[in-house]
Structures are given as structure tokens and as C-alpha cells.
Ligand binder design. Structure first.
Ligand SMILES: C[S@@+](CC[C@H](N)C(=O)[O-])C[C@H]1O[C@@H](n2cnc3c(N)ncnc32)[C@H](O)[C@@H]1O
Length: 249
């Protein structure tokens, strides 16, 4: 039997939100592989080998994990949030789908993490209480035309819409363009929730109307949730954002 590869989710940023199953996998690993900012979030045991790399090296991380596991190592590949949501798991499966290495004897597991999607939603109430869709606004790996079509159909279907990767230095205008589409196709002034660095030291939460929303309110550590036509605010000792479970007949 060769080694093992376990792809794990570290949650949005707080150690308390890492599952005990993931904590156990990390403690039992001989090697930890991942993006340096995620690897830095765990305290490795002294005898563990750490292989951290820069962003956008997902396929080489997958390749390294396989190489180590073929040498009999117990490898943990770390990801933020949930590893299956715009993260390391699919990059890993893309790699093993194409590789000519024989991975049949490697034990492969994926362990879930709390996605920033769920953490952000819980911070403000229940914006995802009715049907919603999740869109990765990065057009690095898919054409903008596809994104544009998905956003229009999501608005017309009256989904609550969640945007991951709303903007970055290399893509300063993607959220701006998405807001333009929303303003053109929405028949109401929807609520827009900006959840920045949720469960991290510099957490910042902001809720505004679509007419007041600016792409500059988001950066690459922000998740944006745009309400449906029936999403609303309820103000008690603080203000909550929620989507009712029903439509009025
Ligand atoms: C490459 S995706 C990774 C998503 C991750 N797998 C998850 O399930 O949360 C990175 C994007 O996730 C969102 N994100 C990740 N962690 C976040 C956090 N703590 N607060 C707000 N947004 C976060 C941001 O939109 C960021 O651009």
C-alpha cells in the first residue's frame, strides 16, 4: 500500500471552526501541502514536512502530493473554507484525471470545511434561507460571456446571488461590471451584503442597497451576497438580513 492524500478545509479563518476530523488528519500527517497563507494558519508538529507554495500553483501542489504519497507519505493538502468550493479538491481531481502516474494504491479522502459562504451568511442572519446560487466572479478560467449569462439568468430567476472572488488587483472591474448587470436587469433595489475577512481579526461587515453599492466596497477577501426581491432587513437589538422561506401568494 502506498501513502495517503487527504484534502481538508480549514474553514474561513478561526481555529474554532476547523472540524476535529480535519484537526486529526493534520496531526497525523507526515507532510502538509498548500498555499502559504493557508499553511501558515496551522501549527505544524516539529517532525512534519511543510511544502508551502504561492497562489495559482494548484496543479503543481497536486503533483507534489501524489509524488509524496507514492513514496508512502501521509499527505494533507490544505484549502481555505471548504476544499470543494472553488478550491484545491477540483484542481487535485483534474490532475489525477490526466496524470500517467499510477495512483490506484493511494488512499484519497476529502474532508469538508466550513465555507466562507456559510460563515458570512451566519454573521448577518439568514440571507440564504431560500433558493440561492453561487458564482465565482473570476474570469481567469472561464470567459466573461458565460459569467454575464449566468448573472442575468440568476437575476431573472430571482435567486439570492453569492459572489466569490469579487475583485482582485488583476481584475479590478469584475464586480463593477456585475453590479451594472444587476442594475440593468433587477426590477427592485436589492440588498447587498459585503462580508470581508469573516472570522478573521480584520472582519468587516457592511449592508447597503444596490443603488448605493460600489465595487470598491469589496476586495479579494470579500464575499458578496445580493438578496432576492423578497430578501429583507429586520432590526431588533441589531440589524439582520434574511430571506423568507416563502413568496406571498
Ligand atoms: C479561492 S476562493 C476559496 C473559497 C473557499 N474554498 C470557501 O469555501 O470559502 C477565495 C474567495 O473566497 C472568499 N473568502 C474566503 N475566505 C473568506 C473569508 N474569511 N471572508 C470572506 N470571504 C472569504 C472570497 O470571496 C475569496 O475571494
Amino acid at each position: 500500500m502506498k501513502g495517503s492524500i487527504t484534502i481538508v478545509g480549514l474553514g474561513p479563518g478561526s481555529e474554532k471552526l476547523i472540524s476535529s476530523e480535519v484537526q486529526d488528519a493534520i496531526s497525523n500527517a507526515s507532510d502538509i501541502v498548500g498555499y502559504k497563507n493557508y499553511v501558515n494558519r496551522i501549527a505544524p508538529r516539529t517532525e512534519q514536512n511543510i511544502h508551502s507554495s504561492d497562489n495559482k500553483f494548484e496543479i503543481s501542489r497536486a503533483e507534489l502530493a501524489v509524488k509524496l504519497a507514492l513514496d508512502g507519505k501521509r499527505v494533507v493538502v490544505v484549502s481555505s473554507g471548504d476544499p470543494g468550493i472553488f478550491a484545491m479538491s477540483s484542481a487535485f481531481f483534474e490532475y489525477i484525471d490526466k496524470t500517467e502516474e499510477n495512483v490506484d494504491d493511494i488512499e484519497i479522502n476529502v474532508l469538508p470545511g466550513i465555507s466562507s459562504l456559510l460563515a458570512a451568511s451566519s454573521r448577518i442572519g439568514a440571507p440564504l434561507g431560500h433558493d440561492f446560487c453561487v458564482i465565482n466572479l473570476s474570469d481567469n478560467l472561464k470567459p466573461w460571456k458565460i459569467l454575464e449569462k449566468r448573472i442575468i439568468l440568476a437575476i431573472q430567476s430571482d435567486f439570492v446571488v453569492v459572489f466569490f472572488n469579487p475583485r482582485s488587483k488583476a481584475r479590478p472591474d469584475t464586480l463593477k461590471n456585475a453590479f451594472k448587470i444587476f442594475k440593468k436587469y433587477s426590477h427592485c433595489d436589492r440588498l447587498v451584503f459585503f462580508a470581508r475577512s469573516v472570522y478573521r481579526k480584520n472582519e468587516d461587515l457592511k449592508i447597503v442597497k444596490l443603488s448605493e453599492a460600489s465595487h470598491e466596497m469589496a476586495d479579494m477577501n470579500t464575499l458578496v451576497i445580493i438578496g432576492s426581491s423578497v430578501s429583507k432587513l429586520v432590526s431588533k437589538n441589531k440589524t439582520f438580513f434574511y430571506t423568507p422561506r416563502y413568496y406571498k401568494p
